[in-house]
Design a protein around this ligand. Structure first.
Ligand code: 5GP
Ligand code: ZN
Length: 118
């Protein structure tokens, strides 16, 4: 997808610190980390949000989730981690998704506090 930062990272047009890569997705460090360790797991296929997901995408996302437990150990997250998907909606962007290429934040490496509730 033209003008998509994450597609450009996947294609190697923009440099990034890739820590894992397979046929389904790549994982790289976030440019502006919100925790001591902050990775982004990004499907190679461009789709903006979960709203555009197909049956095939569901299976691919399942495979990605299945790899995260093993990956987390390699990435220094044996003490636990937090996964976040910021999701733009049809009528607004309450979660403030910034990059319109679906991605899973993987955060950890320190105590994160409990984000439940306000
Ligand atoms: P969102 O708000 O869309 O869920 O998160 C987008 C994330 O992408 C942010 O945490 C931001 O720091 C990260 N990000 C944006 N542009 C780049 C980039 O060019 N390289 C890397 N490594 N991360 C980026
Ligand atoms: Zn993209």
């Amino acid at each position: 997808m033209e003008n998509c930062i994450f597609c450009k990272i996947i294609n190697g047009e923009i440099p990034s610190n890739i820590v894992y890569s397979d046929d389904d997705f790549i994982v790289f460090t976030d440019l502006n980390p919100k925790a001591k360790l902050h990775y982004l797991a990004v499907p190679r296929k461009h789709f903006a949000t979960l709203n555009e997901m197909t049956k095939e995408d569901e299976q691919m996302l399942g495979r990605i989730m299945g790899k995260i437990p093993t990956l987390s150990k390699q990435l220094g997250l044996s003490n636990g981690y937090r996964l976040i998907i910021n999701q733009k909606g049809e009528t607004g962007n309450d979660a403030e998704q910034e990059v319109m290429h679906l991605h899973i934040h993987i955060l950890g490496g320190e105590k994160l506090g409990n984000p439940n509730g306000k």
